[in-house]
Design a protein around this ligand. Sequence first.
Ligand SMILES: Nc1ncnc2c1ncn2[C@@H]1O[C@H](COP(=O)(O)OP(=O)(O)OP(=O)(O)O)[C@@H](O)[C@H]1O
Ligand SMILES: [Mg+2]
Length: 468
Amino acid sequence: MAKRHILIADDDPSIRTLLRTFLEGEGYSISEARTGGEVIGLLSDNRGIDLLIVDLRMPELSGMDILQRIDDQDLGVPVVMMTAFGTSNVAIKAIQLGAYDYLTKPFELEDVLVAIRRFFEYQDLTAEVKALRVQVGARDPAERIVGRNTRMLEIYKTIGKVARTDATVLVTGETGTGKELVAETLHVNSQRRSAPLIKVACASLPETLLESELFGHEKGSFTSAYTQRKGRFELAHKGSIFLDEIGEMSLGTQKKLLRVLQEREFERVGGSTPIKIDTRVIAATNKDLLAEVDAGRFRADLYYRLNVITIHMPPLRERKDDIPFLVEHFLDKHRFAPGAPPAKITDLAIEQLDRHDWPGNVRELENTIERAVVLAQGDVITPQHLLLSPTSTNRIVDLAERIRSGTSLKETLADVERRMIVEALRQAGGDRDAAAESLGLQRRALVAKMKEHGVLDTSDEPISVSGE
Ligand SMILES: Nc1ncnc2c1ncn2[C@@H]1O[C@H](COP(=O)(O)OP(=O)(O)OP(=O)(O)O)[C@@H](O)[C@H]1O
Ligand SMILES: [Mg+2]
């Protein structure tokens, strides 16, 4: 592959030299610019620059102005912004203006390298996905997966790697995290995309109906089977089958499914002729399947068959940095009227979305935005249009998830303690004696804990929590 060409723009020559020496050593080809004017000049000359690393503070044009110019003039160059420590607002703004990433000065050279590598890997992957899309014909852009959180980038990489294999994929995650969307993306990016993706909701049918749904049946195999019928597995021949809510499948059906996965053949219900199929299996669950195995509700052997590749979708509360991107996407997807421009949203409303806990994950966010667009009549969405349920923050998050994400027992206990105190104070209308009593604490102990957790309350202000 040709060397990647990076343009480094900073008015400080020592930074330019440092980055040039280091990155050339890592195999990149480097150009330098001293001012914003030089940057725009070089970009307009089309010198084949693959990535621009630009300092926020520069003479003539600031990094932010450069971003704007790139956008205005359609220069199409991805940007990593360098900002001074403590200017995270600016960094967020930069990302919103289209920068791919930002680096906070002072930085370690290793961090720079990680950001650059991550970018090029991401770019390769999206280029691959785009190429595939072109072959399939225009995919509905409303159905694309949105998010730039590092865990999402990892997921895109996994999808990129496994889409074109026939490996069985298990997609796990809480409700509304995008499991079905991942299944669709896998299928569309596989060689099977010209054949159908067949979906089966395993939880919605009783055992016998589910089996006939999956495997089909012969005429007369049970009372209402008047005709022979093909099952979903047969319909998914050469394509993919999506087994949703697989954790709800009965042990009997699990056994039959295991055989299909092992032997790639089965018989219709009431039939004896083996039917061979060539189907890619994607399964999804919001349950902790290992716990189900332990509880004897899920076959261990099936679990290991399904668990060849697992894609775990993080809950939205653990990737809140994606909220602005998701909001933008949903504003675009849910217009007030066909052809109407997307609604706008205030910073304050975004802040409120950011504070919410999102037990229903991305689906809840999508519904919230869709409703807000209607309430705001397609104009500007303010906090009053969001109608977020206040109680959801009282939910203790999924413990399995906490363990998976490496949250310590101590942190979890502290989190629960803090939330309980806030809630008790809220219920008591700020009366510390009453709150202490409802918590079974002495007033003094409550005050000490409030201090410890940074819980502030003043009688005429709503209780707020600092340090989040
Ligand atoms: N990363 C994302 N980008 C854009 N849209 C998303 C994303 N994740 C989820 N959505 C949207 O949110 C909604 C819910 O997603 P999906 O149905 O895939 O969730 P799920 O994990 O299958 O939920 P459940 O477990 O309840 O079935 C869909 O409309 C989907 O398009
Ligand atoms: Mg689903």
